[in-house]
Design a binder for this molecule. Structure first.
Ligand code: NI
Length: 181
């Protein structure tokens, strides 16, 4: 298993639209799911979309349990029903570290998806799980939660992220330079 690099907003690759998975039960898919799970738990986060690790296929993983032992895999997920009732949750994202803001979404959803072996299932979700499913499925459409915020807020977040990225790059350069002496 390996920890994968998570793309950081505003990386343009986060806006790519993911393609359906066509081959199930393959070693490649098993490895991808295992690596994504390790990456999510290490971060730590409660959900991760393949888009965030630069794999543009319709695959998301979620674990909202306290004990980190309830991994759910959704491949080619589709929302087949959403409640009229909405809820606002403070969302965060591993691609936008340190930023949290309220997003309004349907309070309950029914999702249809395939597991890694290719078996289809349906799941009705509410609460945090419903939020996560919708948040991660947005990633597959190339959408990040900050896209729901006002342009003013989004630009502020973009500037903050770019500043932090420059800081991280500088640090890495200094560390690399340091090793040469
Ligand atoms: Ni996210």
């Amino acid at each position: 298993m390996a920890i994968l690099n998570i793309l950081r907003y505003p990386d343009a690759r986060l806006h790519k639209v993911a393609k359906p998975v066509t081959e199930f039960g393959t070693e490649r898919l098993t490895t991808l799911v295992a690596d994504m799970a390790e990456t999510m738990y290490d971060a730590p986060g409660v959900g991760l979309a393949a888009s965030q690790v630069d794999v543009h296929e319709q695959l998301i993983i979620i674990d909202t349990s306290e004990s980190h032992d309830d991994l759910r895999v959704f491949i080619n997920p589709q929302i087949v029903w959403a409640s009229a009732e909405k809820q606002v949750y403070d969302e965060g994202c591993l691609s936008v570290p340190g930023v949290y803001d309220g997003v309004e979404r349907p309070a309950q959803v029914k999702v249809r998806a395939f597991d890694a072996a290719g078996a289809q299932f349906e799941l009705e979700a509410d609460g945090l799980l419903a939020v996560c499913i919708q948040h991660e499925m947005d990633h597959l459409l190339g959408k990040v939660f900050v896209d729901y915020l006002s342009p003013l807020k989004r630009n502020r977040i973009k500037a903050k992220m770019l500043k932090e990225s420059r800081g991280l790059e500088r640090e890495a350069a200094l560390r690399a330079a340091g090793r040469r002496y």
